[in-house]
Design a protein around this ligand. Structure first.
Ligand SMILES: [Zn+2]
Length: 352
């Protein structure tokens, strides 16, 4: 039985429960692990357990008390969750310490100083901790050093390297592992159970295998448009020279197919670029070590055009740069145009 129904992180739950039973739970945590594996959900359930009036052994909340009901509804007055808005590159400072007119009279840091209303302590969860500006991080340092009144602060990020050393040193780091592919497959199957026109078992297995242990990623990959484009992308990037205009047109069509919401479009472009990174790495291994790509579409595409090591390195470099631009919230059409035109002449543009 998975801890509170969250698959894959029983080890973390058991460790935290042992520490809590000894009364030695830290006040400041930094949860680290790949995106889309359940760290945020784990943090909210931990907050529920810490707030519950009758938490059982193993940090399992009762699920019946008023505190649990409010936690589940997302309306608990002592549980605070802050995240990066989709249209911003960083977590706004005002969400931590209030806007200029209300400095330290609003925001998460201010609320942490108040007496808890229902629970024995306040809990603050900061999702997207990778996107804390230096200024915002500095505001948190004192809170992390010594959370007021037994409060618990949980930062959720994807890698330790993305956190400032001053933040890292003040938190108990808890590492979350990617989910096993079988677990991802089971969870995606469960979500599509009973659908007459849902994804096939093969598509789900392929998405789980390419998900890197992330349920969020697998959900995106089972989309039939995305699955089809990934196969097509193999041909587009293995071609020499790459036909940039075609690649740009098809990429933009897929991105726009995600709908009008900026965050979903960004997510789609990230999938394309991640697939291209995997593709270029496979092309490079083929060019340098003769290793035939495991991906069937890519292996077929390479039979027509032999990959070149320098071009593959340049393609990889340009694709990683495009990914970094997406993470900086750059305009997506501009990113796609720049990426695809650089791929057309990789040697020239990479300064070789
Ligand atoms: Zn309860």
């Amino acid at each position: 039985m998975a801890w509170q129904g969250i698959e894959g992180h029983d080890g973390v739950a058991a460790t935290l429960a042992r520490v809590a039973e000894r009364g030695r739970l830290a006040g400041s945590f930094l949860f680290i692990g790949p995106a889309g594996i359940g760290k945020g959900l784990f943090a909210t359930r931990l907050a529920q357990a810490l707030a519950c009036r009758a938490t059982g052994p193993g940090l399992v909340p009762c699920g019946r008390c008023p505190s649990c009901a409010q936690a589940v509804a997302g309306t608990h007055p002592d549980i605070d969750v802050v995240r990066k808005p989709d249209d911003r590159a960083t977590i706004p400072l005002e969400s931590l310490i209030g806007d200029a007119a209300h400095r330290m009279r609003e925001g998460l840091c201010w609320r942490l100083t108040l007496q808890p209303l229902v629970a024995a302590r306040r809990t603050a969860i900061i999702l997207d901790a990778d996107h804390l500006s230096t200024e915002a991080s500095n505001c948190l340092l004192k809170m992390l050093e010594e959370p007021p009144d037994g409060a618990v602060i949980i930062l959720v990020g994807t890698s330790l390297e993305r956190q400032l050393p001053t933040i890292r040193s003040r938190c108990r780091v808890v590492r979350f592992r990617p989910l096993p592919a079988d677990t991802v497959r089971m969870l995606v199957e469960r979500e599509h159970a009973g659908e007459t026109e849902g994804p096939s078992a093969d598509d789900i297995a392929a998405a789980a295998a390419a998900s890197g242990g992330s349920l969020d990623r697998a959900r995106l990959l089972v989309d039939p448009d995305v699955a089809g484009f990934r196969r097509r992308l193999a041909t587009l990037i293995a071609a020499r020279p790459v036909r940039g205009v075609e690649l740009a047109r098809e990429t933009i069509a897929l991105v726009e197919g995600a709908g009008t919401e900026a965050a979903r479009r960004r997510e789609r472009l990230r999938l394309v670029l991640d697939a291209a990174v995997d593709g270029y790495r496979a092309l490079l291994r083929l060019a340098t070590a003769g290793e035939v790509p495991a991906d069937a579409a890519l292996a077929a595409a390479c039979r027509d055009a032999r990959p070149d090591a320098d071009e593959s390195v340049a393609g990889l470099h340009h694709t990683l740069a495009a990914l970094a631009a997406v993470d900086r919230n750059a305009n997506l059409s501009i990113v796609v145009d720049a990426w695809t035109s650089l791929l057309e002449e990789p040697r020239l543009r990479a300064g070789r």
